[in-house]
Design a protein around this ligand. Structure first.
Ligand code: ZN
Length: 255
């Protein structure tokens, strides 16, 4: 039986010329997850898919698939939001590129993950409307680990099992994804020291759904520490770096 979907919300993650006139477009779709679809004539015909298949674009797509092993064929794409700021502001572009790389890395072909789609959409939308880029990235990272099932445990010290008191510094153990309180941290090498407010902020964000992320505004040292921990933790988890993060590091304060 052919599979046909219409008006499916989707984000363009990648777009590659294919042959003389076609494109293979990688979409991250609501309900459906990641798919690669052949867009016939997208490269040559300027009318049908013009400006709709650029990276980061939010579209509604219609596709068909004739049998299990065949390619998805893109029939139509309707522009919802081109997220123009991501193309005109360098910092927003860089952060959107980091988000895109994580989406390509962590999503699989046709695995339905609606919350991950909502998170990616929230992040690109926030960047587009000018919400602080580092803030957006920090919140995105905390929820990404959550939704992938890799939530680091900021609730209790892994040494004594106690919840660190408010106002107490903790160490984040990157490889274990756990924290250690000051009393237990003697002899702990390689942990990242976190201000009291950082662990508290991360715990608070972990407890809220994507729809309520806008209420959090991490800043200063707390923001830098969240980004530092998230970057290191993701490098350990995925055993690879995210290329786009390099360009972002270079233009911001060292962390
Ligand atoms: Zn302890």
């Amino acid at each position: 039986m052919p599979v046909i979907r219409s008006d499916l919300p989707a984000l363009v993650l990648d777009s590659i010329d294919y042959g003389e006139s076609d494109k293979i477009v990688v979409f991250f779709c609501q309900d459906v997850g990641r798919i690669s679809a052949l867009a016939r004539g997208a490269h040559r015909s300027k009318k049908r898919f013009v400006n709709k298949l650029e990276i980061f674009t939010f579209v509604q797509i219609s596709y068909s698939k004739s049998s299990a092993g065949s390619l998805f064929m893109l029939n139509e794409a309707e522009l919802v939001n081109s997220f123009i700021t991501l193309r005109t502001d360098l910092t927003s572009y860089r952060v959107a590129s980091i988000i895109r790389e994580y989406m390509l890395l962590t999503t699989r072909e046709t695995s339905d993950d609606d919350l991950l789609f909502q998170l990616a959409l929230w992040a690109l939308h926030s960047l587009n409307v000018g919400i602080d880029q580092k803030q957006t990235l920090a919140l995105f990272m905390i929820k990404l680990f959550d939704l992938l099932g890799y939530r680091p445990d900021f609730s209790v010290c892994q040494g004594c099992g106690a919840r660190p008191a408010d106002g107490q510094e903790v160490l984040f153990n990157v490889q274990a994804g756990t924290i250690t309180c000051r009393n237990c941290s003697a002899g702990h090498e390689g942990g990242r020291r976190l201000a009291a407010g950082t662990a508290k902020m991360i715990r608070a964000v972990q407890e809220q759904p994507v729809s309520r992320l806008n209420r959090f505004k991490p800043s200063g040292a707390v923001l830098e520490q969240i980004l530092d921990c998230a970057h290191r933790y993701s490098r350990y988890l995925f055993q690879r770096d995210i290329h786009s993060w390099k360009g972002f590091d270079g233009q911001t304060n060292r962390y």
